[in-house]
Design a protein around this ligand. Structure first.
Ligand code: PLP
Length: 369
């Protein structure tokens, strides 16, 4: 691998393939696979990731918002794309780009049917989401009759899938709750299939649902974080390879005398001699201020160098007093050993937040190792 000469997020497509194949090995051949590539494919570049996955047996893609789906279409993605959280203001763009909306309440269902009818569409694929306990988005069980009535009286739309989302699939202490969500989902989907007279695809599992609840796989599963290399538990992490390596370099080394301070607000003051390295990566690149003041660290020459004082917009200063290094040396922020999950833990957050926060100004480079 070439040594970094600037801040770069290196993305390993071989690792992506490995993760995909592992996830596929955990489902049956009859279960479809939806690759969740919202939020720039969790910071990894959705177009590149989806273009690579499109040549593998992926059945569906999912994004959160309409403009994310438009970008995929422009990049040449032809497989179906579910928009998990569309807004009615974008329905015309959604239709022009053959994107498929998640409709989660009566208001948005009616709004979509109105537009689809005006456009004289027939059997336009829609997806109906039920709330089974997350209490975020979704119809309630009581809405089954209304949905069936609205969908049966129009030829503009057809329910392609019915789905729900688990609240705590990674937490085995919440097993009973998750099982009850799966049971509620079964009950609701049986009722709706009876009323509309056909069987839409059913899906409820995200990555941890796939790994922990085979009884919840139904017709399709949806995976995001697993594809990017995290299994949300020590045991499952062993089966995955984080696809992203965030690297940077040492711009400058300073010798700091006793009594001096480092960075804004003099947030770090030293009572002994100290050597620091300044790195060209800051909160505008996705390393938030919560990683500062000795919480987060980077790896230089295989050793941990802790962040000193406040994280700046474009820089951090790290402690290299006991590390053999020089200006221009490579620095690892996270990789497959010192993972984004471990770094995220130092700031009491999760891998999802750290990797999706890596900003667009950080160069992405794709490798197949
Ligand atoms: C983001 C999201 C997923 C993917 O979850 P992972 O834990 O990353 O696999 C699946 N389903 C829905 C509805 C989502 O919003």
């Amino acid at each position: 691998m070439p040594k970094a000469q600037e801040t770069v997020l290196e993305i390993d497509l071989k690792a992506l393939k490995h993760n995909f194949e592992h996830l596929k090995s955990r489902i049956t051949n009859n279960t479809k696979f939806m690759a969740v590539v919202k939020a720039f494919a969790y910071g990894n570049d959705a177009c590149e990731i989806a273009c690579y996955l499109q040549n593998l047996p992926v059945d569906y893609f999912a994004v959160a918002f309409v403009h994310e789906g438009v970008k995929l279409r422009k990049a040449g993605i032809t497989k179906p794309i579910l928009v998990l959280h569309p807004q009615a203001a974008n329905f015309n763009i959604l239709i022009e780009n053959c994107l498929e909306p998640n409709l989660y309440n009566t208001k948005i269902l009616n709004e979509f049917i109105t537009i689809a009818s005006a456009e004289k569409l027939t059997d336009y694929p829609i997806h109906i989401k039920f709330n089974t306990g997350l209490n975020r988005l979704g119809f309630s069980e009581n809405d089954v009759n209304t949905i069936a009535f609205r969908v049966k009286e129009t030829s503009a739309v057809k329910i392609k899938s019915v789905f729900s989302h688990l609240a705590a699939s990674e937490d085995l202490n919440e097993r009973d709750f998750t099982i009850s969500q799966i049971e509620t989902f079964k009950k609701i989907t049986e009722a709706i299939a009876t009323q509309i007279g056909y069987k839409p695809l059913l899906h409820i599992c995200n990555t941890s649902g796939i790994l922990n609840y085979p009884e919840g796989h139904f017709d399709m599963v949806r995976s995001g974080i697993g594809l990017y290399g995290f299994g949300n538990s020590e045991k499952e992490n062993k089966n995955f390879k984080p696809i992203g390596t965030l690297k940077t370099i040492i711009s400058q080394i300073h010798d700091i005398e006793k009594g001096q301070s480092v960075g804004y607000n003099r947030a770090f003051k030293t009572d002994a001699f100290l050597r620091t390295a300044t790195l060209p990566i800051g909160h505008a690149d996705g390393i938030g201020r919560q990683y500062g003041k000795g919480k987060g660290y980077v790896i230089i020459n295989k050793q941990r160098a802790y962040i000193l004082g406040n994280v700046c917009m474009d820089m951090i200063m790290v402690d290299v007093t006991n590390i053999d290094c020089k200006e221009g040396d490579e620095v690892i922020v996270f990789d497959s050993n010192t993972t984004a999950e471990k770094l995220a833990e130092t700031a009491n957050t999760i891998s999802y937040e750290l990797i999706t926060a890596i900003s667009q100004r950080v160069k992405r480079s794709f490798v197949e190792n």
